[in-house]
Design a protein around this ligand. Structure first.
Ligand SMILES: NC(=O)c1ccc[n+]([C@@H]2O[C@H](COP(=O)([O-])OP(=O)(O)OC[C@H]3O[C@@H](n4cnc5c(N)ncnc54)[C@H](O)[C@@H]3O)[C@@H](O)[C@H]2O)c1
Length: 284
């Protein structure tokens, strides 16, 4: 997609971090931006901020883990803006801990948001895009953790590998159907956002919230410290995503030590050797 002017972009997780930066960049490129997020106060603040810069936005409170809310997001987008040209399935949450100790509710929470959130976006918006017939693009936010592996983050790693695999399969489905819809999978490295404080939006009905373990604390505290001290600015990711949409490029990867960890994993697979603990120097 080369021309963004007056097109419509829908961004989930738009009230903070990477989603907020995506919204800013899309607006600067002349698009109308639909902001979706479960954190209503922050969503309204971002909408007001973009509005004050003279940009056209539509803020729609949405919990991406609920299909009905994603359908409402699409219905309102079409009612008020008439089309959807770009969808960023970006909302995501993080927690750490040992795989066997983590409560069922942790699994539910991360799978509901990180995996079902993307699936709902695809199931609801792809038929609309196909019906429009015009060029469209979907960006699914995974992570470099979706291409690598390491300790104390089993649930997050599982969900992000799922997003990568699902996006690859989606790419093939769309290509073999002759659809005019591009797909990119955005795999950020460490980014300076509020991801380590994802619990702020954890649903009350998913108990197990009080679970604590040294591994969980270590994973969350390390992410908090490293994201704020070594994390790149979210606008870097937004720029990368925009470029990938322009070039119709699928893999949107960081170009640092994470990339080498990814290559080590691929080499492990190629040689059928056991997983190497290839922690990028950025997080040592
Ligand atoms: N920050 C990093 O280092 C990093 C690295 C790799 C991947 N990512 C991914 O980037 C994406 C954006 O995260 P971020 O780093 O900007 O974090 P963030 O916490 O700053 O922003 C995430 C946004 O998602 C929203 N959200 C949470 N649950 C939701 C739900 N059920 N429905 C709708 N919105 C919901 C939050 O309210 C928040 O506004 C996530 O998918 C995350 O996994 C982040």
């Amino acid at each position: 997609m080369q021309d963004f002017k007056d097109k419509v972009a829908v961004v989930t997780g738009a009230a903070s971090g990477i989603g907020r930066a995506l919204a800013q960049r899309f607006a600067e490129a002349g698009m109308k931006v639909v902001l979706a997020d479960v954190e209503v106060g922050a969503l309204e603040a971002v909408s007001a901020e973009l509005g004050a810069q003279g940009f056209e936005t539509l803020a729609i409170p949405t919990d991406v883990s609920r299909e009905a809310e994603v359908r409402n997001l699409a219905d309102r987008t079409l009612d008020e803006l008439g089309a959807v040209d770009i969808l960023c399935n970006n909302a995501g949450v993080f927690t750490g801990g040992l795989a066997w100790q983590s409560p069922h509710q942790d699994y539910e929470w991360l799978i509901d948001v990180n995996v079902w959130g993307v699936v709902h976006g695809v199931r609801v918006f792809v038929p609309i895009m196909l019906g429009q017939g015009s060029e469209a693009h979907i960006v699914n936010t995974a992570s470099m953790a979706g291409l690598t592996n390491g300790p104390f983050t089993a649930i997050y790693t599982m969900t992000k590998h799922a997003v990568v695999g699902y996006s690859e399969a989606l790419y093939h489905d769309l290509t073999s159907s002759g659809a005019n819809i591009g797909v990119s999978v955005l795999c950020p490295e460490l980014v300076d956002t509020r991801i380590a404080d994802a619990r702020r939006n954890r649903p009350q009905d998913l108990a197990g919230f009080d679970f604590s373990s040294p591994e969980r604390e270590l994973a969350e505290e390390s992410l908090r410290t490293l994201a704020s001290s070594k994390g790149v600015d979210p606008t870097v990711l937004a720029d990368r995503a925009l470029e990938a949409i322009r070039d119709n490029r699928f893999y949107v990867l960081s170009d640092d030590g994470w990339r080498r960890s990814c290559e080590t994993r691929l080499e492990d697979i190629r040689l059928a050797r056991n997983p190497t603990l290839a922690i990028p120097s950025e997080v040592e």
